[in-house]
Design a protein around this ligand. Structure first.
Ligand SMILES: [Zn+2]
Ligand SMILES: [Zn+2]
Length: 283
């Protein structure tokens, strides 16, 4: 485990012992079709890494089966929940939570509120914007939220996601770092609008370490992670937005990745980190 963490990215001295995340609320399973491993495998890695809390948040099933190739099916909800329960029972020292990573659209709000948070008793939902609607077609926002028109569509979607009040935090708000290599005025306007909505609703935004593990982008000052994108977080700090750390694990061995790298960004901009468990206890 330590070897894997140490080999992932050397921001500080490689000889320094590297801590993993102790709490992670963004964890996938094989059911989303682009992750590997069962819940119990992630829990096992988490315990081996000395973690305290593990929240599962696979890509949600959707009632109309939209974007079906990157998520579980509706008929897998019961066994996803059973797999998370089994992971918890097998690892009593780990606080395991049941969540989902969700795409906000108004037509899904009742499903999220009444079925997942309501009848099924999910602990929390994460809001994410993986798709934007451009000229009546759904496009991936990671590749298509480019300045200016499509970036604006992404921001409007994320503001609606935040304002829905359904989500405990917002995943990788700065994913437009994937397809906008250079920071510009449109990126700054997008960041201001998104962060203003987060601040107004007191909704934390996620510093997501998956962007560090993905191929890097040729940016203003050479190669940089796709996300987190530092200029976005400078603006988040201006707005007083609070942040959540996530590994966004799609493989069990990544479950605690990112603590050092995310803490560096938090500290560079003086961001305030919050723990999801504290948010859930308070509300
Ligand atoms: Zn995913
Ligand atoms: Zn995710």
């Amino acid at each position: 485990m330590w070897v894997l963490i140490a080999s992932s990215l050397a921001i500080d001295s490689p000889s320094m012992p590297r801590m993993g995340l102790l709490r992670n609320y963004h964890t996938h399973t094989w059911r989303c079709q682009h992750a590997t491993g069962e819940a119990i495998n992630y829990a096992h890695e988490a315990v081996a890494a000395g973690m305290e809390v593990l929240g599962f948040s696979d890509h949600t099933a959707l009632p109309d089966h939209r974007w079906a190739n990157v998520r579980m099916r509706m008929d897998q909800l019961d066994e996803y929940e059973a797999a998370v329960r089994a992971a918890a029972e097998a690892h009593p020292s780990l606080h395991v939570l049941l969540g989902m990573e969700c795409e906000f659209q108004p037509e899904f709000a009742a499903f999220y509120r009444d079925e997942l948070l309501g009848r099924r008793g999910y602990d929390y939902l994460i809001g994410a914007g993986h798709y934007i609607k451009v000229d009546d077609r759904w496009l991936g926002s990671f590749d298509h939220a480019r300045a200016p028109e499509q970036l604006r569509i992404y921001v409007d979607l994320m503001v609606a996601t935040i304002e829905s009040g359904l989500f405990t935090f917002i995943a990788h708000p700065d994913v437009f770092g994937c397809c906008n290599p250079l920071w510009n005025a449109d990126c700054a306007a997008a960041a201001h609008d998104l962060c203003a909505a987060a601040a107004a609703t007191n909704t934390p935004l996620e510093l997501n370490a998956y962007g560090i593990r993905k191929p890097w982008v040729d940016g203003d000052d050479g190669p940089r992670p796709a996300y987190p994108w530092p200029p976005f977080w400078a603006i988040a700090a201006e707005h007083g937005v609070r942040v959540v750390f996530s590994s966004d694990a799609h493989r069990p061995q990544d479950v605690s990745h990112g603590a050092t790298e995310l803490a560096a960004i938090r500290d560079q901009f003086g961001l305030t980190e919050v723990d999801v468990l504290d948010l859930l206890v308070r509300t």
